[in-house]
Design a protein around this ligand. Structure first.
Ligand code: 5GP
Length: 298
């Protein structure tokens, strides 16, 4: 006896079909972006959405610029990946081999952009960074610092908390993309991880102070420097002075520093006013992907 059809109520049937439509759209969008070179197959592999994880490796490869049906077939046979394999079913070795094979075949896997975000203290940079951390196409750099960890911070997640001598050693070995002193402590961006993640197609986000941003632009002129600005000076003053724990001297020092920081905005490629964190994040993402697709076309 065949199984009887599931007894779905009208509402669950409607819900299921709306979900199927949304999944189809999400999959079509991924293929469109891959074909335009805005994202690579590896961005899809890193996308945790179930609908994306169920896409076939073959379909994504075929959509990749410069690959096509025949090359997809040859690549997959060479790597021993079954033609029906879905990306969620790829093992870490298969992903690594796929990447090396595509690079060997000179298939351009778009590099991620380098986005440097700066702005005055209190403007909300760390909330924006937290929001973007969970986005699959973004990798947030973890800086090294000589400052002491705050109670809620962990080594390797918020910062690499280093001794002065370890920081010195990294400076002497040229292991930082940039480093600077801020409020009596040193902060630096480890170079290798930035390089590695951009190679994997991720946009790398650095949330750093202004002297560091200037250094990045010098060594990497293609970096996108974004200044986050408050909606108004008064609003920034409110935010900076609302912490009741600061002494009047400390408050005055914070305001003076914020004023200096605000004066550097014109050195940046883009200024984004932080009205709503979601909007700032969206704007950063679209700036990064439009740059990448322009590079892909040239
Ligand atoms: P905090 O100690 O409050 O976490 O950070 C102080 C300042 O250091 C912030 O403006 C932050 O953006 C900046 N900063 C964090 N990491 C780095 C880094 O790797 N390089 C530079 N130049 N500044 C950093």
């Amino acid at each position: 006896m065949p199984n009887p059809p599931p007894n779905l109520s009208n509402q669950s049937r409607i819900d299921a079909s709306a979900k199927a439509v949304a999944n189809r759209r999400a999959r079509a969008e991924v293929k469109r972006k891959i074909s335009l070179g805005e994202i690579s197959i590896f961005d899809a592999i890193n996308d945790p959405q179930d609908a994306i994880q169920k896409m076939r490796v073959a379909d994504l490869l075929e959509a990749s610029p410069g690959v096509g049906k025949r090359r997809t077939f040859l690549l997959m046979s060479k790597l021993g990946i079954s033609p029906t394999r879905r990306i969620g079913g790829l093992g870490p070795n298969q992903v690594r081999n796929l990447r090396s094979e595509l690079l060997l075949n000179k298939v351009s896997l778009a590099h991620g952009e380098l986005i440097v975000m700066s702005g005055p203290g209190g403007v909300g940079k760390s909330t924006i960074t937290k929001y973007l951390k969970s986005h699959p196409s973004i990798w947030v750099s973890v800086s090294a610092t000589t400052r002491q960890p705050r109670p809620n911070e962990s080594h390797g997640i918020d910062y690499y908390f280093l001794t002065d001598s370890k920081f010195d050693e990294m400076v002497s070995k040229n292991e930082f993309l940039e480093w600077a002193e801020f409020a009596g402590n040193r902060y630096g961006t480890p170079k290798d991880a930035v390089f590695e993640q951009r190679n994997l197609g991720k946009h790398v986000l650095l949330e750093i102070e202004i002297a560091g941003a200037r250094q990045v632009k010098k060594v990497e002129p293609s970096a996108l420097l974004v200044f986050i600005s408050p909606p108004s000076w008064d609003e920034l003053v409110d935010r900076l002075t609302s912490r009741g724990t600061d002494s009047p001297e400390r408050r005055a020092a914070r305001l003076a520093l914020a004023q200096e920081e605000m004066a550097t905005a014109s050195e940046f490629d883009e200024i984004i006013v932080n009205e709503r964190v979601e909007e700032v994040a969206q704007r950063l993402l679209s700036l990064a992907s439009s740059r990448r697709s322009k590079e892909g076309r040239s």
